[in-house]
Design a protein around this ligand. Sequence first.
Ligand SMILES: [Zn+2]
Length: 90
Amino acid sequence: MNYTIDEVKNILASKKSQICNLGISHTVLTVIQDLLEYQTPKNPLPNGTHKGFNNYCCPSCKRPLSTMCEDFQMPYCENCGQKINWNMKR
Ligand SMILES: [Zn+2]
């Protein structure tokens, strides 16, 4: 079966007690939810301009994202792996 990330997140949130009954610890569940969060694209945060280009930083770890030109944008944060949604500024 194919679930979207949002569907999986909803399932994890709504069936937490059942999942814990399967022997999966609360810690593991939290880690899985965090990983799913990183898979959900987030808008980059504006971080000033550099040589005429807009700079952005990671919405999760706040590290600058390497965007040296408008055509090349990292789909993920190199530092923490947060998926970045660049569509917001197109
Ligand atoms: Zn990051």
